[in-house]
Design a protein around this ligand. Structure first.
Ligand code: NAP
Length: 306
């Protein structure tokens, strides 16, 4: 039975950085990813806040992060890990195809999933007019009117990206203050293709084969109205996806991994890095920092220093 030093679950910026440091420390590494590598940044048309890489396309940055790993002989194992349990001298990781892998330590770098609105019509239209990625799907709505829901960085960036191809973009936010960085909000306010609708929630996505309109409700006045749109981009935040680790490590009530400052979890030999951790700041820079810390903590553990 082959036993690797470090199994990393998730090949976003946190997982890729962890792999870089682990390989450079001479450890054998498995890097699992159930989707495409790169995590959330591949959905970003322009990453503008990664030091030393000004204004770079997110997918391109992800490729650049992968390059040194490939050069050191690592390739991504394209499997989702479904469960992880303690095994002799380490851990057993079972993948979606039923294969079991063994590693002496594990780094959880699962990132986050997309939060949904949980309103009527949403489930039916996901992938058929409701999207979570403006950069990937915006072109399908060239010349059409679309809505973006949310008030964070993702929503505002999505609205800006869509304004370049769509005839009109409605940004629907449940409050009147934005979480997004102020310079992005200023750019959005100055864009005359974007109409900002605040204090408003979506209560239904209506349509036959594709979305045709949104039912909106003003949370202050309780007034409702119908907004005709051809597409809907959801950017209402993230949810944890750490079910594979439940029972092995402590998670908070939202399912995010509890760690200490060294990215150690409640289980010796299991570490966590990036957005999957309970934390306040979820940025590319904090994900790569976590990847570094988790990998070096795992190396210390393997060498009996941790
Ligand atoms: P986010 O910051 O959590 O914002 C989610 C937005 O959705 C909030 O405005 C929230 O409203 C709203 N929302 C949540 N649940 C809702 C619901 N059920 N109905 C209606 N609205 C709802 O999420 P994000 O924008 O995806 O960003 C996630 C993380 O990635 C953040 O840390 C962000 O800074 C980071 N990020 C950074 C960049 C960048 O640096 N350029 C780009 C993208 C993402 P409230 O404000 O009322 O809570």
């Amino acid at each position: 039975m082959e036993r690797y030093d470090i199994a990393i679950v998730g090949a976003g910026p946190a997982g890729m950085t962890a792999a870089l440091y682990a390989l450079r420390a001479g450890k054998s590494v498995l890097l699992f990813e159930g989707e495409s590598y790169g995590g959330q940044i591949v959905q970003s048309r322009l990453v503008e806040n990664y030091p030393g890489a000004p204004a770079i396309n997110g997918a391109e940055l992800a490729m650049k992060m992968m390059e040194p790993l490939t050069e050191m002989g690592l390739s991504v194992t394209p499997l989702e890990i479904k469960s992880v349990s303690r095994a002799e001298d380490g851990f057993a990781l079972t993948a979606a195809d039923g294969t079991t892998y063994h590693a002496r330590t594990v780094i959880v770098a699962t990132g986050v999933g997309h939060r949904r609105l949980d309103v009527a019509g949403e489930e039916r239209f996901i992938g058929r007019g409701i999207s979570f990625c403006a950069t990937c799907d915006g072109m399908f709505f060239r010349g059409r009117e679309v809505a973006v829901v949310g008030g964070g960085n993702t929503a505002v960036q999505d609205a800006l990206v869509l304004s370049e191809v769509c005839s009109r973009v409605y940004l629907i936010h449940r409050r009147d203050a934005f979480r997004a960085e102020s310079h992005l909000v200023e750019r959005m306010r100055a864009n005359d293709r974007i109409e900002i609708i605040t204090d408003t929630v979506v209560t239904e996505v209506q349509g036959n084969l594709r979305p045709e309109s949104l039912l909106l409700c003003n949370v202050r006045t309780n007034e409702t109205c119908t907004l005709p749109v051809a597409g809907v981009f959801l950017a209402v935040g993230n949810v944890a996806r750490n079910e594979a680790f439940r029972g092995l490590i402590d998670l908070d009530e939202g399912g995010f991994v509890l760690t200490d400052a060294d990215c150690k979890t409640s289980c010796a030999g299991v570490f966590a890095a990036g957005d999957c951790r309970q934390k306040k700041v979820r940025q590319l820079t904090t994900a790569t920092a976590d990847g570094t810390i988790a990998a070096l903590s795992a190396v210390e553990f393997l060498e009996g220093r941790g």
